[in-house]
Each structure stands twice: as C-alpha cells, then as structure tokens.
Design a protein around this ligand. Structure first.
Ligand SMILES: Nc1ncnc2c1ncn2[C@@H]1O[C@H](COP(=O)(O)OP(=O)(O)O)[C@@H](O)[C@H]1O
Ligand SMILES: [Mg+2]
Length: 345
C-alpha cells in the first residue's frame, strides 16, 4: 500500500491513445504531454527516423525520394509493425522527462478490431521501450469513459468514435462491449472524397492536406444556417498550372454525402444486432459522438434526422479517448474489468 502511494508519487506511468490519425500521451499527475499526428518520416537509405508527428505530417506530399512518409496505422489496424514500434518507443521515451528508478506502467488504447498478433506487437514494443507493465484497453471503452458515460451500470450506452481510419460504434453495458461495428470509413475517406470530387467537378487537383483543411473549415453533413465558401489552390487538371477556385459548403457536402451515409448505415446495422432492452436504453439516452470526425459540422443533426435518436457531440471529442485512458491509468485497480484480458502468447 505504502509502496503503491510512494510509486505513484514518483510515477512515470503513461497512457497512450494510439490513433490512426493522432497519437496522444497522458502522463499520470501531469496531463497531456504529447499530441501529434501518427506520421513518421523515414530515410529510405538507412531506415532511420527523420521526423515524427507534426514535422513528419508537414512533409507529406513534399518529400524527396530519399524520404518515405509512413502512417503506420491504417484503417484501424497496424499496417506497419516496425514503424509502429519505433513510434511507440519514441513516445514512451519522450513522455518520461526524467528516467526514474521505477519503470513506468503503460496503458495503450488500441482499435477494437486489433488481432492477437497486433496486441502482442504493441505490448512487446512498450516492454522494449522500458515499460514494467503494459495494459491494453479498446477504443470504444476508453471513449465512453472519457465521455463520462456510466459504463459500469447494466444499461446500454452507445458511443460512436469517428477517427481518421475507422468509425467504431459500440454499445457498452456492465463495462464490456455488448455489440460492436467497426467500419474502415472515417476522416481520411472524407478527405479522399473531397480530392476526387474537386478533380471531377472543378477540374482541380488538390493534395490530401488541402482536402482536410477544406473539410474542417467548410465541410458539413447537414445544411448550414449560413452556407460558407473558401478559396482553394491546386493544380489545373488540363493545363497543369497552379490555379485558385472558389468552393462552397454545398459542394463539399455533396462530396461528403456518401461517406456520411455509410457511417449512418453502420449505426442502423448495429441496431439490427441489438437486443430490444438495450435498444430501448439507447432510444432514451441517444448516441454519443467522439473522435475528431465528430466535429464535422451538422453530423449530429444528420444522424439524428436519419435514425431518429438524440445525438450528442462531445465538445472535446478529439480528447475523449485519452481522457478515458487517463481515468483508467489513475485508478488501474478500480478499472481492471475494462482492460483487455491477458494477451495470448
Ligand atoms: N473540425 C473538424 N471537422 C471535421 N473533421 C475533423 C475536424 N477536426 C478533426 N477532424 C478529423 O478527425 C480525424 C482525426 O480524429 P482522431 O479522433 O484524432 O482520429 P484517430 O483516433 O484515428 O487518430 C481526422 O480525419 C481529422 O481530419
Ligand atoms: Mg481515436
């Protein structure tokens, strides 16, 4: 007991939200210490890391041949084990300001579709990076906790986490996921849809970064009270020269419609798999939106209109998962039942 308190005082314990778009790290007693895109720039000559996070993301689309930009997590799974391990190590080392005598406990939040092999890879990388214990929690559980849902009670809580690579929709009751759907559609697909829409309709070729900017500024899923427009720079498809065109929020809504529809269809499919008692709870409490994609303007209204349920967007939706991870890390004993049980060797 004393040792526990003593060790938590000097604790280096950290929680990591290993997202497909962003990786965040929480340090016990301090708060968020890292919040960066999950992007790594690697030298193709010696395979060494050149940059991680924001610096690496800024190189996207501007990198010379000798530099490869890698997003190690794609579509909610680990696409590149080696680079994920490099990134995890780098984060764990950076998050511990001073190397203390007591090695840290590390909690990693992982996509719920992750395989046993991937779980082992995450655990082993954290151990190599100096963790003394590694715990895993699945994303919907952390998101629900971060959104302050009473997940331990015998009642259905529906959380929809819209990340970069995936949308995870889960109903949680008694601290466990009861039904769950994960689709490989998220913010990235929206960016791609904008690129292809502008190419077809406006004869302009824009990069994925520009598309993301357009989405955040004027993207929407439901008519806006005041429609928006913005100037977009890109390359003329026909002449190849740089051009600027004006793009409206109505156009971008049309570009995003298919992606939004597939997210809403997934909610409908989840209900088809849900027991009536749980469905009744959800009808009362509604859908809770977390993740960066939840910030898309009017997405809540669009879902509400289509599935006829109350929908709430968490204001700090990008931080919900990390907040939930922090709650677990701060009270690891109390939250034992929400952790992913033993990883098979
Ligand atoms: N204001 C916004 N409007 C629409 N999408 C947004 C907004 N802010 C962030 N996003 C999108 O959210 C996604 C990242 O969300 P995040 O929850 O960090 O993903 P992950 O958990 O997969 O790392 C990106 O696709 C990003 O473009
Ligand atoms: Mg996430």
């Amino acid at each position: 007991m004393f040792f526990d308190r003593f060790s938590s005082f000097f604790s280096n314990d950290i929680a990591i939200d290993l997202g497909t778009a962003n990786t965040l790290v929480y340090r016990k007693g301090i708060g968020i210490v890292i919040d960066e895109p999950s992007v790594v720039a690697i030298s193709t000559y010696n395979k060494k890391i050149i940059a991680i996070g924001t610096d690496a993301k800024e190189m996207l689309g501007k990198n010379p041949d000798g530099v490869k930009i890698i997003k190690p997590l794609k579509d909610g799974v680990i696409a590149d084990f080696q680079v994920t391990e490099l990134m995890l190590r780098n984060l764990i080392l950076r998050a511990q300001k001073k190397r203390l005598l007591i090695k840290p406990r590390v909690l990693v939040c992982v996509p719920s579709g992750i395989t046993e092999v991937e779980k082992r890879a995450v655990r082993d990388s954290a151990l190599h990076a100096g963790a003394r214990e590694v715990h895993l929690v699945s994303e919907p559980i952390a998101a629900a906790l971060g959104a302050d849902l009473p997940i331990h009670r015998p009642q259905g809580n529906l959380v929809m986490d819209i990340g970069g690579g995936t949308t995870e929709i889960a109903i949680i009751s008694l601290s466990q996921i009861v039904v769950h759907i994960s689709i490989r559609v998220g913010g990235d697909k929206m960016d791609e849809a904008i690129v292809s829409y502008l190419r077809k309709r406006n004869n302009i070729f824009v990069g994925i970064q520009t598309a993301e900017k357009i989405k955040k500024e004027i993207g929407s899923a439901y008519p806006l009270e005041k429609e928006l427009k913005m100037e977009v720079r890109g390359r003329d498809i026909i002449t190849g020269y740089p051009i600027t065109v004006e793009v409206t929020s109505e156009e971008i809504r049309e570009a995003l419609a298919e992606t939004v529809t597939s997210m809403i269809d997934a909610v409908k499919r989840l209900f088809e798999k849900t027991a009536p008692e749980l469905a009744a709870d959800i009808a009362e409490r509604g859908v809770i939106l977390t993740g960066g994609g939840a910030q898309l303007k009017g997405l809540d209204k669009k879902i509400q209109d289509t599935v006829d349920l109350p929908v709430h967007v968490m204001p700090d939706s990008l931080l919900c998962v990390l907040k939930g991870c922090g709650m677990i890390l701060d009270n690891l004993e109390d939250y034992k039942e929400v952790l992913i049980r033993k990883i098979e060797d």
